[in-house]
Design a protein around this ligand. Structure first.
Ligand code: HEC
Length: 183
């Protein structure tokens, strides 16, 4: 992958998570905001979740008491979601697959990652992966359940280029970075 593409994708994620800032207080009143990041012009905003994302948000209620990956037990500086601290949680479906060392993860697998400005700050955004019909569904939301938008496109669905540009590089590990499954 070209380095420039990698870097601009990283920068975009930073903008995305920054948009989540204050999401807990803003109650849907967040204003769209422009971010001029070098060559890229991004208009960030928030939108109501699609019915599919709404169903996903119901499924992840209480996610912060779910298991964490052995590799990410505490907030750690992200290698991809640049300059953010990240902490990922996963459901029992993923825990069972880790215990059995099996890939690909089956339908029903859920991973929810908190994105924080500092290691002890409250999450500004959630990045979510949900295995449905044999493929990952991606979503980025504010902590209070608004979907983040970039240039008017909601970051939710099976083909969010913003997410898959990067996660596709881990296709040999079912698109997951944090835990390496043995091959
Ligand atoms: C620039 C590369 C990049 C982009 C773009 C990206 N990610 Fe990630 N993602 C990573 C990396 C690297 C990790 C491993 C933890 C870390 O260092 O942040 C990760 C971790 C995750 C995890 C925890 C599971 C795992 O794979 O480790 C989830 C969930 C996730 N990302 C969702 C998303 C979503 C949703 C989007 C799009 C809105 C997205 N990511 C965009 C690189 C990226």
């Amino acid at each position: 992958m070209a380095m420039t593409r990698f870097l601009s994708a990283s920068a975009a994620v930073v903008a995305l998570v920054l948009v989540g800032c204050g999401g807990g207080k803003s109650k849907g009143a967040a204003k769209p905001m422009g971010k001029d990041m070098g060559m890229m012009k991004m208009e960030m905003g928030m939108a109501a979740p699609s019915p599919q994302t709404q169903a996903l948000l119901e499924q992840i209620k209480g996610y912060d008491s779910w298991p964490k990956f052995a590799e990410n037990q505490a907030p750690a500086l992200s290698k991809g979601h640049m300059k953010m601290y990240v902490l990922a949680f996963h459901n029992q479906v993923v825990a069972d697959a880790i215990a059995a060392n099996t890939l690909p993860l089956p339908d029903g697998a859920l991973i929810v990652k908190q994105n924080m400005k500092t290691a002890d700050a409250a999450p500004e955004a959630l990045t979510i992966m949900s295995k449905q019909g044999g493929a990952w569904y991606y979503a980025e939301t504010s902590p209070d359940g608004q979907v983040i938008t970039m240039n008017g496109m909601a970051l939710e669905g099976p083909k969010v280029a913003m997410c898959t540009d990067c996660h596709d590089t881990a296709s040999d590990n079912d698109y997951v970075f944090t835990h390496k499954f043995p091959r």
